[in-house]
Design a protein around this ligand. Structure first.
Ligand code: DP6
Length: 340
């Protein structure tokens, strides 16, 4: 029997310019281009096996709380998430012209309170593992296009380091590519894990109603200029320009979310308090900036040379708060360490 099993490992990414809104829900064609950095310490490993021994598709997400490979480690996955993975497997089976069902096992090395099926790292790892297991040979560009259909931001976790996702008018022109490799600039993204009592609204659901916000049009008009600024900041390694532009785009995205109908508030009081603190540290001369995705966690952006100072400040003000320190890292890759 042919071996149709493969494992891939992929990083999450933090968007400097955010993807918020689609012009095609099915193909996940975004309304704007976005730019991100891959995160070295937020990784998903996924093993996919297609085999005629399976009578249906299975998707298992393992928790990272213990190292024992037992079934108790399984994290509950919603029906919708499983459906989304199966739909994606169908797409791959169609392209590869195979019929076998698959077993998919995923593990995140970072806390995932809710399932991570829709995360960037999740779909990037699934894309490479499933494509290789299905016998497909795809270029990096083709992989980004495939990953994008699984979850938009996942396409940015395929290439190395600092990545742009071109919005594109149709499937083949909406892809991601590396602007600079991970070794180009020694930056940090320190993710502060802020607990949320709010009911989580997924990014997919959150961005369905972008046009109900009267600020969306303004946001889209401003984005080309911010993309240029981020590219210039990267080119010249101008950290204040990078940081300030990230903050502007983050605020713009959240203002849209806050004014959508129904309104979405991803921030908690803690999120806001930390942001104020970041600004005060900056006024005192520390080069640290913030950005926030579709949740309450605050991402602190700084240069490698300032990591220690930022951590000191954090420990002074928020001693109990958990955080994850990330450097820029490469994109998705294969590994021979299968999860089953
Ligand atoms: C706020 O990629 O999770 O993190 O395509 O519906 O799966 P879907 O959305 P997703 O959205 C990410 C939104 C964001 C900003 C970003 O990463 O660009």
């Amino acid at each position: 029997m042919k071996i149709m099993k493969s494992t891939a490992i992929a990083p999450a990414n933090i968007a400097f310019i955010k993807y918020w809104g689609k012009k095609d829900e099915e193909l996940r064609l975004p309304l704007n281009s976005s730019i991100s950095m891959n995160l070295s310490n937020c990784l998903t490993t996924t093993t996919v096996e297609f085999s005629d021994k399976y009578t249906e598709d299975q998707f298992i997400l393992l928790s990272n709380n213990d190292r024992k490979k037992t079934l108790e480690r399984n994290i509950a996955i919603s029906e919708n998430e499983t459906k989304r993975v199966i739909k994606y497997l169908n797409r791959i089976r169609n392209i590869a012209k195979i019929k076998e069902f698959a077993k998919v096992v995923s593990e995140n090395n970072f806390p995932s309170s809710s399932g991570m099926a829709s995360s960037a790292s999740g779909f990037a790892a699934l894309t490479l593992a499933a494509a290789v297991a299905a016998g497909l040979t795809l270029s990096e560009k083709e992989l980004t296009i495939l990953a994008r259909v699984g979850s938009g931001s996942a396409c940015r976790s395929i290439p190395d380091g600092f990545v742009e996702w071109k919005y594109g008018k149709e499937n083949s022109s909406s892809y991601a590519y590396s602007l600079y490799p991970s070794s180009y600039w020694d930056l940090r993204d320190i993710i502060l894990l802020v607990n949320s009592d709010n009911k989580k609204v997924s990014s997919t659901t959150g961005m369905e109603n972008v046009w109900t916000s009267n600020l969306m049009e303004k946001r889209l008009k401003e984005i080309p200029n911010r993309l240029d600024k981020i590219k210039l900041a990267l080119k010249e390694k101008n950290f204040p320009l990078l940081g300030l532009t990230c903050e502007q785009d983050c605020l713009s995205m959240h203002k849209v979310a806050n004014t959508q109908k129904p309104a979405i508030f991803y921030w908690t009081n803690k999120t806001e308090e930390i942001i104020k603190k970041v600004k005060s540290w900056r006024s005192a001369g520390l080069e640290v900036y913030f950005t926030v995705d579709a949740g309450p966690n605050v991402h602190l952006l700084c240069q490698g040379k300032d990591e220690r100072k930022v951590i000191e400040k954090l420990n002074e003000s928020y001693s109990g708060l958990k955080y994850i320190i990330n450097k820029p890292t490469s994109g998705v890759k294969l590994t021979d360490k299968h999860l089953f």
